[in-house]
Ligand binder design. Structure first.
Ligand code: COA
Length: 150
């Protein structure tokens, strides 16, 4: 698997980005402002992540996704680790990520990659997303914020 920054003349993989975030408007907004990286295997795109500078010294892992057929094989973990490496190399000191209260496997992944829960943005998803989101039989209402020093 090869991970590289998307070139300025290449289109971001919108379908893949929408796996992680169902709002087209929100994705379009941050993908223009952030740094998009893609993972390829045998010339085929299998993963994506987007890094967005938020505050001085802080980068947010604002989107991460692996194609459905490649999930559960350790690629997501490799992408998170690569995202941290890229942030460190650019001199950032803190990495943040946010996920839904219902995103149980994502919460596992981020904690296994060193993130700690730092706060909860109550009703984030009910305020910013027009459609109700359900995962694991739980309504996604609040954003769990995680961070780590890198
Ligand atoms: N309990 C404990 N650990 C769990 C778990 C659970 N319920 N669910 C997942 N994990 C662990 C896995 O065991 C693995 O850790 P390990 O290597 O120590 O065993 C880790 O989480 C992640 O597994 P991995 O195979 O690397 O994940 P992936 O390639 O499927 O990628 C996503 C993870 C989230 C990027 C991918 O599933 C995806 O694209 N999902 C849709 C988009 C999305 O939700 N993006 C994130 C938005 S916040």
């Amino acid at each position: 698997m090869n991970i590289r920054k998307l070139k300025s003349n290449e289109n971001p993989p919108k379908e893949l980005l929408l796996l992680a975030d169902p709002s087209k408007d929100i994705v379009n907004d941050y993908v223009d402002r952030g740094m998009c990286y893609i993972a390829e295997e045998k010339g085929e795109m299998i993963g994506v992540f987007v890094l967005l500078p938020t505050r001085p010294g802080t980068l947010e892992l604002i989107n991460i996704a692996v194609t459905e057929e490649k999930q559960g094989k350790g690629i997501g973990k490799r992408l998170v680790k690569e995202a941290i490496k890229a942030a460190k190399a650019k001199g950032y000191k803190t990495m943040e990520v946010g996920t839904g209260n219902s995103s149980l496997s994502q919460l596992a992944l981020y904690q296994k990659c060193g993130f700690r829960i730092v706060s909860i943005d109550i009703e984030f998803f009910t305020r910013h997303y027009s459609e109700e989101i359900f995962e694991n039989g739980i309504q996604c209402k609040d954003m769990i914020r995680l961070a780590q020093d890198i």
